[in-house]
Design a protein around this ligand. Structure first.
Ligand code: NCD
Length: 312
């Protein structure tokens, strides 16, 4: 595999958000990721590109997919990977993010992958440590590797993003996945429809260059992709919904609503899924329409690419 020089190929030291990336940065990450897709399906998945490098995963919020995928990605590239169990750490004794970062920094990691409940936490961390920082989700701000893996999945299935019509539906106001996807899909030339009840729709959404809808059938009409999002109950300060049942009726993806999209429309979801709340369980598992498993699969390839590029 070619030995790329980060200084030439990518304009940033850290991966904090899609907003910081240029289109050539994005294309470079996606083309690197494509090279790992087949490796991840093969019998021998181990490379030594990151041998001798230390990767620390610092997850202050629960995670299944993102954390395991970053861990596997680092191991497949040969890095020494340490995933901090924050339930047993000094965080529980009141240590701040910055103190934790300074402590870890003293151990000379080459890369820190961080997820934190505060928007901007990864930016703060990046100013305090010497190594590269990858944002694995900060509050409601950005989740760049999720958007990159979503883009890779769409390209893998539809062969392009430019000119596609993509609906993102659900709890937009609390969703870092929505924000990163809006930036990235716009950059890559898609038309983005945002669908949410008014209290889960950001007030200034139109400034992001998207169309907004409160009627799901109108929002998914003629779309190539329907991306569903989870209700982020943990970020809701008051009661946003009268009931899950009512939410499902208006905003849950059901066959009758999906019928308004293109016949070959694909269903996406970043997980974790609440079946029967934002998505019909049969649709979620429909192998002809749902690419949810492929998103997880390609997530490892995208994270390998990001670790390789930002660690080198
Ligand atoms: C998302 C997240 O944590 O932002 N999950 C993920 O990373 N796959 C979305 C969510 O939690 O609903």
């Amino acid at each position: 595999m070619a030995n790329h020089n980060k200084a030439i190929k990518i304009s940033k030291k850290h991966l904090l958000g899609i907003q910081d990336l240029s289109i050539s940065d994005v294309n470079f990450i996606l083309s690197e990721a494509k090279q790992f897709i087949n490796l991840n399906k093969s019998k021998n998945k181990k490379l030594d590109i990151l041998r001798g490098k230390t990767q620390i995963n610092l997850f202050f919020e629960p995670s299944t997919r993102t954390q395991s995928s970053f861990e596997l990605a680092g191991k497949r590239l040969g890095a020494d990977v340490m995933s901090m169990n924050l339930n047993n750490s000094a965080i529980k004794k009141g240590e701040t993010l910055v103190d934790t970062a300074m402590t870890l920094n003293a151990m000379h990691p080459d890369i820190i992958v961080v997820r934190h409940q505060d928007s901007g936490a990864s930016n703060l961390l990046s100013q305090k440590v010497n190594c590269a920082v990858l944002n694995a989700g900060d509050g409601r701000r950005e989740h760049p590797t999720q958007a990159l893996l979503d883009a890779l999945t769409i390209i893998d299935r539809k062969k392009k993003i430019e000119g596609l019509k993509i609906a993102i539906c659900g709890d937009i106001v609390h969703s870092r996945v929505a924000r990163s996807n809006i930036y990235l899909l716009n950059m890559l030339g898609a038309e983005v429809n945002i669908i949410a009840p008014s209290n889960l729709m950001p007030k200034d959404i139109q400034k992001l260059g998207v169309n907004s809808f409160s009627d799901m059938k109108k929002g998914v009409k003629d779309c190539d992709i329907v991306m569903m999002l989870r209700l982020q109950n943990e970020r809701m300060t008051s009661s946003f919904l009268s009931s899950n049942r009512e939410y499902y009726e208006y905003y849950g993806l059901t066959p009758d609503k999906l019928n308004f999209a293109k016949e070959d429309a694909l269903i996406m979801h970043p997980g974790p899924m609440n079946r029967g709340i934002e998505i019909d369980t049969k649709l979620a598992d429909d192998i002809n329409k749902s690419v949810i498993k492929e998103q997880v699969e390609l997530g490892v390839a995208v994270r390998m690419a990001c670790l390789k590029i930002f660690c080198e």
